[in-house]
Write a protein that binds this ligand. Structure first.
Ligand SMILES: Cc1cc2nc3c(=O)[nH]c(=O)nc-3n(C[C@H](O)[C@H](O)[C@H](O)COP(=O)(O)OP(=O)(O)OC[C@H]3O[C@@H](n4cnc5c(N)ncnc54)[C@H](O)[C@@H]3O)c2cc1C
Length: 331
């Protein structure tokens, strides 16, 4: 038996939220009207992708997030660039703000009282989309009867082979607490397949790439600077603006940057971040180099087709790295 029930959007216990019948990504993707003024609670993947799309359809859009940055776990240069991108498109961003009370109905008119730095403010709009986290679908399916235990956070408890606490029962994807991407759920299937057929595949040590499909995209594989610092891993930082990538000019989209973290004691690539046109595609080439254990110089010294986006690896890895960064060091 394989449990693969996924997660659903969390509706936090904010007074009035349920009665306001907010959109989640499911209803938002089925809308047959352009919201006049859409509030989006949550500045993560789902919130940002849908905000930009709705703005481009013609909505006025306000993103509300309780953190001090959009995509707050990412490096500061990423979150700043995303914020600039969104503000350039006329999307309002309200940070450090918590929704306290909501009245009205999404689709008609909605009023949200937010608390921001100790002060209350009232915002009024026409639609409300909630994209503030996910909750595992584990209720009401008798897991406890089968001896399938949950973690403290409510996800199904699994080991690195995705076996649950019940013999002959595996769990995969988001409900098993795996990173929330389709490609990870697919890889979880491969882990279980190996587990059943005598293979060795496990979930530990996986290199998980991901992409935020805004326009332009943000994509990352391996360590961010924040993660490297938190783990005390020293690195050399290579970074160039997208303006230095000739293909970005021919595509007339030069916003953003490429950056790579390379180990200090060798030439191994520790992480790569792209914020720019085609970043999700460019990412895979670095990922393959990382999987193959290639030094960064292999990308720097390759003859790469002109003008393609991956040609940008040559200026990126030929740039002068900023010195060794250790845990706690500032940019
Ligand atoms: C708006 C949005 C955009 C996204 N974009 C991307 C993207 O671009 N790239 C990416 O990699 N990831 C993306 N994701 C994340 C990706 O969709 C999920 O990580 C992925 O679908 C998780 O797969 P899963 O196998 O865990 O479960 P799911 O794909 O969620 O499938 C679970 C299925 O189980 C069903 N189910 C639940 N309970 C029961 C039950 N009791 N009985 C029977 N069936 C049940 C559900 O209806 C659902 O069909 C996005 C997510 C959202 C919300």
């Amino acid at each position: 038996m394989i449990i693969n029930t996924g997660t659903r959007a969390v509706l936090e216990p904010v007074p009035g939220l349920v009665d306001a019948q907010p959109l989640t990504h499911i209803e938002a993707l089925e809308l047959d009207e352009v919201p006049e003024h859409l509030f989006v609670i949550g500045g993560g993947y789902v919130g940002l992708e849908l905000s930009q799309a709705m703005r481009r359809f013609g909505s006025k859009v306000t993103v509300i997030d309780r953190n001090d940055r959009l995509m707050h776990r990412e490096d500061d240069d990423v979150t700043e660039a995303l914020q600039n991108l969104f503000e350039d498109e006329g999307i309002d961003i309200v940070l450090n703000a918590t929704a306290k009370r909501i009245s009205g109905k999404s689709g008609q008119s909605v009023r949200i009282v937010i608390e921001q730095r100790g002060a209350e403010k009232t915002l009024e709009g026409s639609h409300l989309l909630v994209a503030a986290g996910r909750s595992p679908n584990t209720d009401g399916i008798g897991l406890e009867l089968a001896g399938v235990e949950l973690t403290d956070r409510g996800y199904i408890k699994v080991n690195e082979r995705l076996q649950t606490t019940a013999p002959g029962v595996w769990a995969i994807g988001e409900v098993a607490g795996s990173p929330q991407f389709t490609h990870v759920s697919v890889d979880d299937f491969r882990v279980v397949y190996d587990s059943i057929t005598g293979g060795k595949r496990v979930t530990t040590g996986r290199l998980v790439p991901f992409c935020l499909f805004t326009d332009p995209e943000f994509a990352r594989v391996g360590l961010s600077e924040k993660e490297a610092k938190a783990q005390g891993i020293a690195y050399r930082l290579f970074k160039i603006p997208m303006e230095a990538v000739m293909r970005a000019s021919t595509l007339a989209e030069t916003r953003g940057f490429l950056k790579a973290l390379v180990e200090t004691g060798g030439d191994r690539i520790l992480g790569f971040t792209g914020l720019g046109v085609g970043a999700g595609e460019v990412l895979s080439s670095v990922q393959i180099a990382m999987v193959a254990g290639l030094p960064y110089t292999a990308l720097r010294d390759a003859i790469l087709t002109h003008p393609t986006l991956v040609e940008g690896f040559i200026p990126l890895f030929s740039s002068v790295p900023s010195g060794s960064k250790a845990a706690g060091a500032n940019n």
